[in-house]
Design a protein around this ligand. Structure first.
Ligand code: ADP
Length: 266
């Protein structure tokens, strides 16, 4: 596909009405993609027009989580059409590869090109919100994002563990080095609700609160803790089945918490 390096990134233009959120984490497996799809669907429930850019080069799992794992985007003239699913418009870095199962060993410039392509060569139309699922950590993609979308706000996802929180904090600091604002911190896998009311803190506690407090102190503005999502079998099953919990079980505790986070952001 011919990328058009000369085309401007629409969401970075002054006066753009699209709120851009990049979902970041220090390490993989903390639930970043799960949070991204559910927040996006929660915003759709509020009537917003929402797009997702799955920029997680190592674990592009957004299409699978939405049940469109093998769909390829169509192309009209030199524009790529985002895949419409559950009221969302979705593009994944996996869709830019010739084959879905191909392993990507792209270096910085290729990643940069892929990001620009997903932003500028995709026919997004009017969006109220665009959510980007970033790769974990503070690598090339985070730098490219900072360069092309300095107006993106960063949402940090972490588990409660101190080790996870420390690396999550670095992801937040990276954002501020790129002059991006950190919108808040989400704690995932916070506790397991056992029948009878007790909450078991399988992964410890306090990780997100610590990240939020440290970043607030460092940046001089309030970085809120946006919510604590429990360890939840149904949340996991919804992701595996391509039917995220915000849609499949909107009255569940997890879905309500995710909806609450989405409402704070939008
Ligand atoms: P990341 O994007 O950070 O790598 P994923 O969103 O892919 O993480 O989640 C990793 C795995 O953990 C997935 O199988 C997902 O379904 C599961 N998972 C995420 N959040 C939860 C949760 N709160 N409770 C149970 N399983 C979860």
């Amino acid at each position: 596909r011919g990328g058009r390096a000369d085309r401007e990134v629409p969401f970075a233009q002054p006066g753009s009405l699209t709120k851009v959120f990049a979902i970041a984490s220090g390490k993989g497996g903390v639930g970043k993609s799960t949070v991204t799809v559910n927040l996006a669907l929660a915003m759709v429930k509020r009537g917003l027009k929402v797009g997702i850019v799955d920029a997680d080069i190592y674990g592009h799992s957004i299409p699978d989580m939405l049940g469109v794992g093998d769909i390829r985007p169509t192309q009209v003239e030199d524009m790529i059409m985002p895949v419409p699913i559950k009221g969302l418009k979705v593009i994944s870095i996996g869709m830019l590869k010739p084959r879905k199962d191909q392993v990507v060993a792209w270096r910085g410039p290729m990643l940069d090109r892929a990001l620009v392509q997903m932003l500028s060569d995709v026919y997004w139309g009017d969006l109220d919100a665009l959510l980007l699922d970033l790769p974990p950590g503070t690598g090339d993609m985070a730098i490219s994002l900072g360069q092309h979308l300095p107006n993106a706000e960063i949402v940090v996802v972490t588990t409660p563990q101190p080790a996870a929180a420390d690396v999550a904090e670095r992801a937040g600091t990276m954002a501020s080095m790129m002059h991006q604002r950190v919108a808040g911190v989400i704690e995932n896998m916070s506790y397991l609700q056992v029948p009878g009311g007790e909450r078991m803190e399988i992964f410890g506690s306090g990780g997100a609160a610590k990240v939020a407090e440290t970043l607030s102190g460092r940046f001089g503005y309030d970085v809120p803790m946006l919510g604590q999502i429990p360890l939840d079998q149904k949340l996991r099953e919804g992701g595996d089945a391509g039917d995220p919990i915000v849609e499949s079980d909107p009255d569940s505790e997890s879905a309500k918490i995710l909806q609450g986070v989405a409402d704070q952001l939008s």
